[in-house]
Write a protein that binds this ligand. Structure first.
Ligand code: 5GP
Length: 187
C-alpha cells in the first residue's frame, strides 16, 4: 500500500509542534516534511530541522523551477513544501506536513489520497493564552495571528478530520489512530 501525505493544520499557538513530536516518538516510521521559508529563524530553530531558511530570491527560484508541492505567502513571508523531499520521505513511511489551509488545499488538489487533519484549540481564550505564553511574539503580531486564526478555523470544514488539542498526548494518539484507520501501510 502506498504511504500517504498527512497534512496537519491549525492556528499558530495551537500546539502542533508538540503534538507532531509526540506522534513521531510513538511511531518511528513517520517523517516530517521540512518546509522552506523566507522568515528568519526563531531562537532554538535549526536550519534543515525545523525549516530550510532561504532568501526571497532563492524561494522565487524554487517556485520557478516547480520545486514546491505547494507554497503560500502569509505574514509577509513565504512558506513551501519541497516536492523532492516529500517524495523521498514517502518511501519510508507516512509524511507529516505542518502547513496552513492555502497549502493544504493545493496538496488536496494534487494528491486526492492525502489525509487532511485540522487541530482546534479547546477555546479561543486558551489559544490567546498559549500565544502569549510562548513569549516570543510581539503584541501587534498576537492580534494579527488571532485574526488569522479565526479565518483558519473557518477552513476546518473541508478537512477530512477535526481534532481538539485539549491534551497533547491524547490529541497525538487520536491523530495516530486516524492515520492507522486511513489504510496506511503499518509495516
Ligand atoms: P511559523 O512561522 O509560526 O513557523 O508558521 C506559520 C504558519 O506557516 C503555520 O500555520 C504553519 O503551518 C505554516 N507553514 C509552515 N510551513 C509551511 C509550508 O511549507 N507551506 C504552507 N502553506 N504553510 C506552511
Amino acid at each position: 500500500m502506498k504511504n500517504k501525505l498527512i497534512v496537519i493544520s491549525g492556528a499558530s499557538g495551537v500546539g502542533k509542534g508538540t503534538v507532531l513530536g509526540i506522534m513521531m516518538q510513538k511511531r518511528k516510521d513517520l517523517t516530517f516534511s521540512v518546509s522552506a521559508t523566507t522568515r528568519p529563524p526563531r531562537p532554538g530553530e535549526i536550519d534543515g530541522v525545523h525549516y530550510y531558511f532561504v532568501t526571497k530570491e532563492r524561494f522565487q527560484e524554487m517556485i520557478d523551477q516547480g520545486a514546491f508541492l505547494e507554497y503560500d505567502a502569509h505574514a509577509a513571508n513565504f512558506y513551501g513544501t519541497p516536492r523532492a523531499q516529500a517524495r523521498e520521505k514517502l518511501e519510508k513511511g507516512p509524511v507529516l506536513l505542518d502547513i496552513e489551509p492555502n497549502g493544504a488545499k493545493q496538496v488536496r488538489a494534487s494528491d486526492p489520497e492525502a489525509v487532511l487533519i485540522f487541530i482546534m484549540p479547546p477555546s479561543m481564550e486558551e489559544l490567546e493564552r498559549r500565544l502569549r505564553g510562548r513569549g516570543d511574539t510581539p503584541e501587534d503580531q498576537i492580534q494579527m495571528r488571532m485574526t488569522r486564526a479565526v479565518w483558519e478555523m473557518e477552513q476546518r470544514f473541508w478537512y477530512d478530520h477535526v481534532v481538539v488539542n485539549d491534551d497533547a498526548e491524547r490529541c497525538a494518539q487520536e491523530i495516530l489512530d486516524i492515520i492507522a484507520d486511513s489504510g496506511e501501510n503499518t509495516n
